[in-house]
Write a protein of this length. Structure first.
Length: 191
């Protein structure tokens, strides 16, 4: 196995254990157009790896930068050091944070074959990012998918006695992906 693949597999393992893949609605805006009230939402996509070991986060940052290559916008990757003052014995924590849509697509496309625990989250996120047209309103199906991602992130557990939870999660994400594809195709047929 070449060094690049080893580093990507290492990063996938780190993402499975210390990473976060998700989307959330940051704000809902109501506008009046043609006498009607229209609601639009702003969705933030996020790929984050957090750890208290600075060397681990620096290596993760280097590998993410390698994946993104020269096409990396200056703000695509953030390395943040943070200490939680509300916790008495908290240590300084570091994280790699990526919010740029194209960068997240590229990262997840490379990591997805190596992921185990967060594979279904990556698949759902990739599908959502690839299907949604930028600067357009989110469909009700896409908003359901964002809610599913939130639930998957909240309940991302694999039981110690087997893969029952992982299999259920994978089945849920497969159904979700099929639903998105079918809805997207029928929306395209109508246009």
């Amino acid at each position: 196995m070449e060094l690049e693949n080893i580093k990507i597999a290492w990063l996938a393992g780190l993402v499975d254990g210390e990473g976060s893949i998700g989307a959330y609605i940051s704000k809902t805006i109501q506008r009046v157009r043609n006498g009607r009230i229209h609601k639009s939402v702003h969705v933030v996509y996020q790929f984050t790896i957090a750890n208290t070991n600075e060397l681990i986060i620096q290596e993760a940052h280097n590998i993410v930068s390698m994946i993104l290559g020269n096409q990396t916008p200056a703000t695509a990757i953030q390395v943040v050091a943070d200490k939680r003052p509300e916790r008495k014995n908290s240590r300084l924590g570091y994280c790699v944070n990526v919010k740029d849509h194209k960068s997240i697509i590229k990262i997840l496309s490379v990591l997805e074959p190596y992921l185990i625990g967060k594979k279904s989250q990556a698949q759902v996120m990739l599908n959502l990012l690839k299907k949604h047209r930028p600067h357009t309103e989110y469909t009700s199906v896409e908003l359901e998918v964002i809610e599913l991602l939130k639930q998957m992130k909240k309940h991302n557990t694999v039981s110690m006695d087997g893969n029952a939870e992982l299999n259920r999660e994978s089945e849920d994400s497969r159904k979700c992906v099929e639903h998105i594809e079918a809805t997207t195709q029928s929306e395209m047929d109508l246009s």
